[in-house]
Every structure is written in structure tokens, then in C-alpha cells.
Design a binder for this molecule. Structure first.
Ligand code: VGL
Ligand code: ZN
Length: 194
């Protein structure tokens, strides 16, 4: 499949934050390897004048997902902390739209569409196809793609620019298979005509 970008396309970069990169509180192994690939996608969407959305996990200090509250995760991406900042090597454009999620103390929100304005912003921009990259394949990328499909967007998962937590071996592969079974298309940089 060869893809050329058009005015109905947008890029969604999921949670490329310090805490999910090596050295962070919830580091995804190997996630630094995708930074340059994400930057390359950013460059191509920006050059085409297309909207770029960047989600960020942005939790209160005592978020329900933290182990201190009986949740799954170590404290991570606490709003205002260094860990919640986008990785400094990532070139997020000035005009990118930042989507904060998981901001409510007592609710988990993996999806970038969960209690955020993203769905409406995509519709306002007349977006039909959303190209998704970032972290992590088996959590926030997965949940975001599921919600995008439910909202009737065509979704392309940029497989050379995602990485899984893999709490259990194979979680990332299973998550990706579920997404393609549900209608998302798995592509890489090689699929683009630029
Ligand atoms: C995420 C675990 C906890 C993610 C967020 O961005 O995939 N994973 N919070
Ligand atoms: Zn989180």
C-alpha cells in the first residue's frame, strides 16, 4: 500500500514523555529508538501543513493508577514534573495541539480521546485519517486507536514509531493484532509517497 498525505490527515503522537523513555519512572524499554522516527513523521506532516496532536499523560500526584493507591503503576507523568515533559530530543512544533489526559485523580484514562477535546478538534479540522505513533503500544496507543475507530476515523498505526511496555511478553504484538483486526492499518515509513 502506498499512501500520500492529504488535507484530511492528522498526526497523533502519544505520550512521548520523559517518564516513558529510558531513565524515566515508567521507562519503556527501547523507546528511545523511535524518537528519530517520530521526528521524521513530524517533519513530513508539518511540511504538508497538516495538524499535529501530541497527547501527554498528566496525572495528579495521587492518581488512582499509582501503586500507592492500589493501582498498577509507579508514580509517573505527574503534572508539572520533569517526567511529564516531552522528551527534549523530540521536535514538537510550536503549533502542535497538546492533549492532556488522565488529569482526574480518581479516573484512569489511557486513551487520548478519554475526557479530552481531541475527537471534536479532529472533526473541526475535517480530519478523516489519523496516523498514530508513540507510547505505549499496549496501553495508550491501543486505547487511543480503539476510540478513534469507534469515532469512525480511519486509523493508521505507524509501526516503526511505537513501542510496547510488554508487562507480559507479546502484549504489544497482541495489542497491534487487535487493532488491525478492528480495522486499523499497520504501516511504516516505507508506505509513504513523500
Ligand atoms: C501509559 C501506563 C500508564 C501509556 C500511561 O502512555 O501508555 N501506560 N500510563
Ligand atoms: Zn499513566
Amino acid at each position: 500500500m502506498k499512501i500520500s498525505l492529504n488535507v484530511h490527515d492528522a498526526l497523533l503522537i502519544v505520550d512521548m514523555q520523559n517518564d516513558f523513555l529510558p531513565g524515566g519512572n515508567l521507562a519503556v524499554r527501547g523507546s528511545d529508538a523511535i524518537i528519530s522516527v517520530v521526528n521524521n513523521y513530524i517533519q513530513n506532516f508539518a511540511a504538508a501543513g497538516l495538524p499535529i496532536f501530541a497527547s501527554r499523560d498528566f496525572h495528579p500526584a495521587d492518581h488512582i493508577s499509582f501503586q500507592s493507591r492500589g493501582g498498577t503503576w509507579p508514580p509517573h507523568c505527574v503534572a508539572g514534573s520533569q517526567g511529564a515533559e516531552f522528551h527534549p530530543d523530540l521536535h514538537i512544533p510550536e503549533n502542535a495541539v497538546i492533549i492532556s489526559k488522565g488529569t482526574t485523580q480518581d479516573a484512569e484514562a489511557y486513551s487520548a480521546l478519554d475526557a479530552t477535546p481531541l475527537r471534536q478538534q479532529l472533526r473541526n479540522n475535517n480530519i478523516k485519517r489519523v496516523f498514530v505513533c508513540g507510547l505505549a503500544t499496549d496501553y495508550c496507543v491501543h486505547a487511543s486507536v480503539i476510540d478513534l475507530l469507534k469515532a469512525d476515523f480511519s486509523v493508521f498505526v505507524l509501526c516503526d514509531a511505537i513501542k510496547a511496555v510488554d508487562v507480559q511478553p507479546g502484549d504489544g504484538d497482541r495489542a497491534l493484532k487487535e487493532l488491525t483486526d478492528k480495522g486499523a492499518l499497520a504501516i511504516t515509513t516505507d508506505n509513504f509517497i513523500l
